[in-house]
Write a protein that binds this ligand. Structure first.
Ligand code: HEC
Length: 112
């Protein structure tokens, strides 16, 4: 009986290990970006779970729009863009890992 279980477990491990090792969609961790996005981006951008307050004169694209239009917003464009604080954002510096996480977060919205 124990032998049978052991061999079943061994084959399960063989099947599951490659699945666990599959690469995630992007290098960043989308969940790690959520707090940052809620605090620093949702003021102007519509983000799922938050309603953008908007600014009187300019309209910031919703993160959903950015996610669903990779031709208009390719990943490299997002990365380059996020290296600099953008008007009318206040002086605001994102670290490379923040950028990875935000890009992964935005990408994760595309499939929702
Ligand atoms: C004070 C308002 C404001 C805040 C806060 C803000 N944004 Fe924006 N953002 C804008 C506006 C307005 C635009 C559109 C005008 C532009 O492209 O500069 C924009 C454009 C963008 C774009 C599209 C850039 C492109 O390629 O055209 C991205 C991506 C973006 N914001 C990400 C973010 C992220 C991530 C945060 C939080 C860290 C953030 N924004 C916070 C106002 C804001």
């Amino acid at each position: 009986m124990f032998r049978l279980h052991a061999s079943i477990l061994a084959s399960l491990a063989l099947v599951l290990t490659p699945i666990a090792a599959l690469p995630v969609k992007a290098a960043g961790n989308p969940d790690a970006a959520k707090g940052l996005v809620a605090e620093h981006c949702s003021e102007c951008h519509a983000v799922p779970g938050y309603s953008a307050q908007g600014l009187p004169t300019v309209e910031a694209p919703s993160f959903q729009t950015i996610a669903e239009n990779p031709e208009a917003y390719p990943e490299q464009r997002l990365r380059t863009f996020l290296l600099q604080p953008h008007w009318p954002m206040a002086q605001f510096r994102l670290s490379p890992s923040d950028i990875d996480n935000i890009v992964a977060y935005v990408r994760s919205l595309a499939s929702e």
